[in-house]
Design a protein around this ligand. Structure first.
Ligand code: C2E
Ligand code: CA
Ligand code: CA
Length: 621
């Protein structure tokens, strides 16, 4: 006990007397106050009633029987009618999910049954007030529909693509993951389709981004609106879309949907007076057949899509065998730089022959990668990677150097063969190209007209004005320019006529189909006429049947190239391969001059010399 407490305990002490006195005064004052308080209590009650009545928050008082006893005006407004007029009613009818046991005063979200039948989003807090023999619940509630709307807008923005309004990758992932969680390991089958437009970049570059955007929106409409079988459609970015088809009974059905989808996309789009035909590649992956997680499903669909693009089959279903190829693809990408440095690249040459007299004309240099363990790798496998990784520049400089040196070497051996080299987009936009080509030709004292540079339409359309500039500089030197794969791009005739092009190569897809398809036959015939009227020469590539060769000769096509005439071959074999073709053409196909022409006799001599050289080398070994 402290010292003052001890003092107070003794009434005779000064402190004790003081405390007793203070108690008397307190009692008297309390009696006075009681009178004043009665008036104050009435005021306070009125004030509280007024607070209750005018509160911005709705307040409901619920009795122990769960019936609403009182509601304030704000609550009536939220409910949409005066509560008391509704007769007695249980609180659960008003707020179905309410749990009156949670009387902690914390706000929770819920729905209020509005008089007009709507479910109004609210937040509410429950507290309890204990009376003498019962407990009342006080529920304070607020309308949060505005906030919910705002949250909804934000969520929509986070889960949808602003351009097309389609769900985005986030929402697709959520949807698939929810589906996977519900499937719980087993469950029914569903399919994920990944769709990528072919050469969309070219459309953007050539026709402008506005048209590109329009095209994406129109495509989204086609996918979204017309066909419930296309299921949940989302845009993953760029020209990549994904579709969730759920459920799907089997692989065949998923493929049918992919086929219908491809057909739907191929119907021409009318965009600002422009009829635009586009194609897509679609990859199909199935749950649970191919993968069990969203990440793996996407990867499988991606592998399948890549396969469809490579094989130009419009759609492909995931195949683990192909997946091993895609591992090979990754390996190759990783090793490309080393391969260029270690000179694992070789050139093969495929002749383009003059169809009128079946005379040798040019050999196209085609890259081959001799991989130490994988063997010969096709350029269709590694050129796209070289382009993406920026290695294409170095690779092309090597190729140009090798091909021009080869031409000089053939020349020494009596074979007057020109060469053609393929150029990628990045290379044709390289301002150093003209000088480099000029230097190489001068170094070997070769006429510039002996070199042809082949460019695809899509490579040029990467940057049409830049390409025009470099193309003119190259042409001024005297080098021939050729448009490769003609007919597959989106370049305009107006633009092409500004290019100093000497040759058009009709894409082999048209040539190979020209016997069976009247449309392709017309394309081939009109390309030949068009080229001639513009003063250009024409090459038919991909000739692999004698009937096609005859048809092209009849149409006045200037040059022919294809497996029928000769396959790409190593430089030392070229003279023999060409000689073979010239002889066959004369004897079997009734074209050309046989052995009389001076260039054919020269060819014969070179081929013989090459044979002797090869034999000597073999003996030397
Ligand atoms: P491309 O320039 O259109 O070359 C013609 C391709 O068609 C060659 O394939 C050739 O072997 C093939 N071919 C020729 N005749 C026939 C035929 O009768 N039937 C069929 N089915 N195919 C035929 P390859 O050598 O695999 O080259 C593929 C593509 O790789 C080339 O297409 C070219 O775009 C690219 N490429 C090759 N070498 C180079 C290069 O040095 N630089 C660049 N940038 N691209 C290259
Ligand atoms: Ca070519
Ligand atoms: Ca070609």
């Amino acid at each position: 006990m402290r010292s003052w407490q001890k003092l107070a305990a003794r009434p005779d002490s000064a402190m004790g007397r003081f405390l007793v006195q203070r108690e008397h005064i307190g009692a008297r004052r309390n009696a006075d106050l009681a009178v004043a308080s009665a008036a104050r209590v009435r005021d306070v009650e009125a004030l509280m009633a007024s607070v209750f009545a005018t509160s911005q928050d709705g307040i409901l008082i619920v009795g122990a029987d769960n019936l609403v006893a009182v509601a304030n005006a704000a609550a009536d407004a939220l409910i949409g009618r005066p509560w008391l007029a509704a007769g007695d009613c249980r609180i659960e009818r008003l707020i179905p999910d309410i749990d009156l046991a949670t009387r902690d005063g914390r706000y929770r979200e819920g729905l209020l049954a509005h008089a007009d039948g709507r479910a109004l989003p609210i937040e509410y807090a429950v507290t309890s007030v204990c009376g003498e023999d019962s407990t009342n619940h006080v529920i304070v509630l607020r309308d949060i529909s505005e906030r919910k709307r705002h949250e909804g807008t934000l969520r929509h923005q986070a889960t949808h693509d602003p351009l097309t309004g389609l769900p985005n990758r986030t929402l697709l992932t959520e949807t698939v993951e929810a589906r996977l969680a519900a499937a719980d390991g087993a469950g029914s089958r569903f399919a994920l389709l990944l769709l990528d437009l072919d050469r969309f970049k070219e459309i953007n570059d050539t026709l402008g981004h506005d048209i590109g955007d329009d095209l994406l929106c129109r495509l989204a409409d086609r996918l979204r609106l017309q066909d419930p079988q296309f299921g949940f459609v989302s845009r993953l970015g760029g020209d990549e879309f994904a579709l969730l088809i759920d459920p799907v009974p089997d692989q065949q059905t998923a493929q049918q949907v992919a086929e219908a989808l491809a057909a739907r996309i191929e119907e021409p789009f009318m965009l600002r007076d422009l009829s635009l035909g586009v194609e897509a590649s679609i990859g199909v992956a199935l749950f649970p057949d191919h993968a069990g997680s969203m990440k793996d499903l996407l990867r499988c669909a991606d592998v399948a899509m890549y396969e469809a693009k490579q094989r130009r089959t419009r759609f492909a279903t995931y195949d683990s065998h192909v997946d091993r190829n895609s591992i090979r693809h990754l390996t190759l990408t990783g090793e490309l730089k080393r391969a260029v440095e270690d000179n694992e690249m070789r050139l093969e040459y495929q002749p383009k022959l003059c169809l009128a007299g079946f005379r040798p004309f040019t050999a196209e240099a085609l890259l081959r990668w001799h991989h130490p363990t994988l063997g010969k790798v096709s350029p269709t496998e590694f050129i796209p990677q070289a382009e993406q990784t920026g290695l294409i520049g170095a690779l092309t400089i090597n190729t140009l150097g090798t091909a021009i040196r080869q031409m000089a070497d053939w020349e020494k051996r009596g074979l007057a063969m020109s060469v053609a080299v393929n150029l990628s987009a990045q290379v044709i936009h390289d301002r150093n190209l003209p000088k480099m080509v000029d230097d190489l030709l001068c170094q070997h004292a070769l006429a510039p007209g002996r070199l042809t540079l082949e460019l695809t339409e899509s490579a040029i359309m990467h940057d049409p004005e830049g390409a025009l500039q470099v193309a003119h500089e190259v042409a001024e030197i005297g080098v021939r320019l050729s448009i490769d794969d003609f007919g597959t791009g989106y370049s305009s005739l107006a633009y092409l006529s500004r290019l100093p092009v000497r040759e058009l190569k009709i894409d082999r897809s048209f040539v190979s189909r020209m016997l069976g398809s009247p449309t392709d036959a017309t394309i081939v015939r009109s390309t030949i006429d068009l080229a001639h009227s513009l003063g250009m020469e024409v090459v038919g590539e991909g000739i692999d049947q004698i009937e096609i060769l005859h048809r092209l000769v009849a149409l006045g096509c200037d040059y022919g190239q294809g497996f029928l005439i000769a396959r790409p071959t190593v430089p030392t074999e070229l003279s023999r391969v060409v000689l073979d073709a010239v002889r066959r053409a004369h004897r079997e196909w009734g074209i050309g001059t046989g052995g009389d022409a001076p260039d054919v006799r020269a060819l014969q001599a070179t081929a013989a010399a090459e044979l002797i050289r090869a034999a000597a080398a073999a003996v030397g070994e």
